[in-house]
Design a protein around this ligand. Structure first.
Ligand code: MOS
Length: 742
């Protein structure tokens, strides 16, 4: 069941939201008289009605729930209408008189920077000395790389419903990745203690980061409606509202300078990222931090200076999206390498390979790379590439075809796993074994289609030594798992799985101790549960899981456990920008082959081959699904998903599925081959598995550079542009020499 599938009680109110139609302005008049007089309308809520603090900010307190005097983006909520039906609620929204006098707006991050519109002071990560290194470089390339935003397009739009409980408590069912965050902000807005708000999450119809922070306002509005009317309230955005009002992946514009030795070794890397934060901070500073952590992707560069600038603009606040700032960083360094390869007259692969990190190499933020996966995945991809004579095949094709040209690219990816905010790396679980031997597991992890509940059930079954069919993963609920971090940063299964492992381990050791006692054994006896049967000193006994559970219960021993997990050994010093922010890295390499139609400016992705490190996967099929989905989402980001705004009003033009194109089965690669790298990283994630949600997104970036490779085969004189997405229009103009390049 998704949010909209629940049948709610009869006296339910439906909420609709009035938002600012103007990207920047001062509210001159807000008149709700006519709206409130419509029959069936119960209430119209404005900022004045908020009993607590009108503030939904998380990292920086700069975002009101409902606008007070000014509006800062199209889609900024101004009032909430509660009515008998969603139709009446939306009708009443249009009856509210809202007059705004327009102020000049800014939508470009560089312009915002020039005007001093910053969300936070710039930060710089550095290593070595770039200024001293330029003299030693035989090739220095400079340029600019831009990447666009991206609509999350989760199938289930944002929504929530709230039900009044006794003693002023509210039960909130929210489509959020962060139940605790919703609870905390609802308590802040209503001015009630957090224990009055219970947040429950069944599952989400997709999220991709778009419900990490931005599920909150809608849930809080529903809670506010309950608080003010005493009736249940439901609020679900329609697709157009969701696309227009909510934030997206951050567009970036970046300046780079890359210095290389004559052998292709990268000696220096200087980069400045202008991040388009939108009108409120949301998670922008955290996302920009991850950009800085990934400025060198999979490469070791001895001299680095990377600066991130978080710019405030008049777009909806941009937010978390799979990869969380890392894709933007990787696009820039790959652009620089592409540009250098042309100037030096060598292939990009040569530069890439030469500079891949080795075990023991340092990242600019002080952590060393502790694995061998980067080079091993590259080597394996290179073997596959040679085995079927890819290079020769492409050269033959290109020399015998004029209208179609093939292009190829290698895309190494190295992604750090952990929340970069160290304190967020904690999770908890509550496990109950019932007297019939069935098991209920609660954690802070939110299922959003990524399969985390499947993995958690597997971890419980494996730890307890019983069948998967005995495990039920419960909803994510703040009364069972408190003070949770959002399910984000690819850490859901790692951290919550580890908490489940610990909780199940606690129960199991009580059960086994009782089994030994029951069999008349002593403390020296060793016992384990295998295939639901108690084994003592290596021998199977007649004692079965169900019997043991019941005996242990009768002996008045607890069959429940709560456990907490905190990722060990993480630290980061923000004054020096050094530390060990990640538990481990996930690495891999993709090789992408495309065919370009130079007459039409279209292309098809022929194949993507990926060698990926998933550790000792808990569920290879789930991981495979994540890799395929992420790859396609990455290809969409760099090739077709384009956000267009009106230049005069800043209104989003690509606000529906008719105008915003995401990859479908026809744009998917004809062939996707995924191979897991054999890899053992002790204590990476739970049971030595590795996180998988975000890293494969960045394999999609390879498609952009495969297209540039094909363009080069068409005409080596064409200046490549580094401005994702490479839409068909852009491609056609470039082929026709009608683009200036950069
Ligand atoms: Mo995810 S982009 O860390 O919600």
């Amino acid at each position: 069941m998704f949010l909209d599938d629940f049948s709610l009680q009869d006296n339910l109110l439906h909420a609709a939201v009035l938002v600012s139609p103007v990207s920047h302005g001062v509210i001159k008049e807000l008149n709700i008289d006519e709206a409130i007089s419509i029959q069936g309308v119960e209430a119209v809520i404005t900022a004045e009605d908020i009993p607590g603090e009108n503030q939904i900010g998380n990292i920086i307190m700069d975002e009101p729930l409902l606008a007070e005097n000014k509006v800062h983006f199209i889609g900024e909520p101004v009032a909430v209408v509660l009515a008998d039906t969603p139709e009446k609620a939306r009708m009443a929204v249009s009856a509210i008189r809202l007059e705004i006098s327009r102020l000049p707006s800014v939508t470009d991050p560089r312009e915002a920077f020039e005007k001093g519109l910053l969300i936070a002071p710039p930060r710089t990560f550095s290593m070595g000395d770039v200024n001293e290194a330029w003299d030693r470089c035989s090739c220095i390339v400079e340029g600019r790389a831009d990447s666009g935003g991206q609509e999350h397009l989760y199938l289930e739009t944002q929504g929530a419903f709230a039900v009044p409980m006794e003693n002023g408590c509210i039960r909130l069912t929210s489509g959020t990745q962060g139940p605790t965050f919703v609870q905390k902000i609802a308590a802040r807005i209503l001015n009630v203690p957090m224990h009055k708000i219970e947040v429950d999450v069944g599952r989400l119809g997709g999220a991709f980061g778009g419900k990490e922070d931005q599920a909150t306002p809608w849930a809080v509005m529903a809670a506010l409606g309950v608080h003010l009317t005493g009736r249940a309230v439901k609020l679900v955005l329609n697709r157009n509202e969701d696309m227009t009002w909510t934030g997206k992946r951050h567009p970036y514009s970046s300046d780079f300078r890359l210095g290389l030795g004559s052998d292709g070794a990268i000696l220096a890397w200087e980069v400045t990222y202008y991040q388009n934060g939108g009108a409120a901070s949301d998670l922008s500073t955290a996302i920009l931090e991850r950009t800085l952590f990934h400025s060198t992707n999979s490469y070791f560069i001895p001299n680095v200076s990377a600066t991130g600038i978080c710019c405030r603009t008049n777009l909806p606040p941009n937010t978390a999206f799979r990869g969380f700032g890392a894709p933007q960083a990787m696009f820039v360094i790959e652009s620089a390498i592409c540009k250098a390869s042309r100037i030096m007259g060598i292939s990009p692969m040569e530069i890439q390979e030469k500079n891949l990190m080795k075990k023991g190499d340092s990242f600019p933020f002080g952590m060393t790379f502790e694995g061998t996966e980067i080079r091993r995945s590259w080597k394996r991809i290179y073997e596959l590439y040679h085995k079927d004579n890819t290079r020769e095949r492409i050269m033959n094709f290109n020399s015998s075809n004029n209208l179609f040209k093939k292009g190829i690219s290698f895309m190494p990816v190295c992604f750090g796993i952990s929340f970069t905010n160290t304190s967020m790396n904690q999770a908890s679980a509550l496990v109950h074994v019932y007297t019939d031997g069935s098991v209920g597991v609660s954690t802070g992890a939110v299922e959003m289609g990524q399969g985390v509940n499947t993995k958690i059930a597997q971890v419980a079954a494996r730890t307890l030594g019983i069948s998967l069919s005995r495990i039920k993963v419960e909803t994510t609920n703040t009364t069972r798992a408190a003070n949770t971090s959002p399910t984000a940063a690819s850490t859901g299964a790692d951290m919550n799985g580890n908490a489940v492992r610990i909780a199940c381990g606690n129960i199991l050791s009580r059960l086994l101790a009782h089994a030994v006692k029951h069999s008349g054994g002593t403390e020296e006896y060793s016992a384990e549960m295998k295939d639901e049967t108690v084994h003592i000193n290596g021998e199977a006994t007649k004692l079965h899981w169900e019997q043991l559970v019941n005996l242990t219960y009768l002996a008045r021993i607890s069959l429940s456990s709560q456990a907490h997990y905190a990722t060990p050994e993480l630290h980061f010093d923000k004054t020096r920008e050094k530390g060990r922010p990640f538990a481990y890295h996930v690495a891999g390499t993709a090789v992408t082959e495309i065919t370009l139609d130079r007459l039409r400016g279209t292309f098809s992705v022929d194949s993507v081959r990926i060698v990926h490190d998933a550790g000792e996967s808990i569920n290879p099929q789930v991981d495979m699904g994540q890799i395929e989905g992420a790859l396609l989402q990455g290809i969409g980001w760099v090739t077709m998903e384009e956000l267009k705004y009106r230049s005069d009003t800043d209104a989003l033009l690509s606000d529906s599925l008719a105008t915003y194109k995401i990859p479908d089965i026809y744009s998917a690669p004809d062939k996707v081959e995924i191979e897991f790298l054999e890899c053992f990283t002790p204590n990476a994630g739970v049971y030595n598995s590795k996180a998988v949600g975000e890293p494969p997104f960045m394999y999609g970036i390879g498609t952009y550079f495969a297209i540039l490779d094909a363009i080069r085969a068409c005409d080596p004189e064409i200046t490549p542009i580094f401005a994702a997405p490479m839409s068909n229009e852009k491609l056609l103009l470039m082929l026709d020499h009608r683009n200036d390049g950069c």
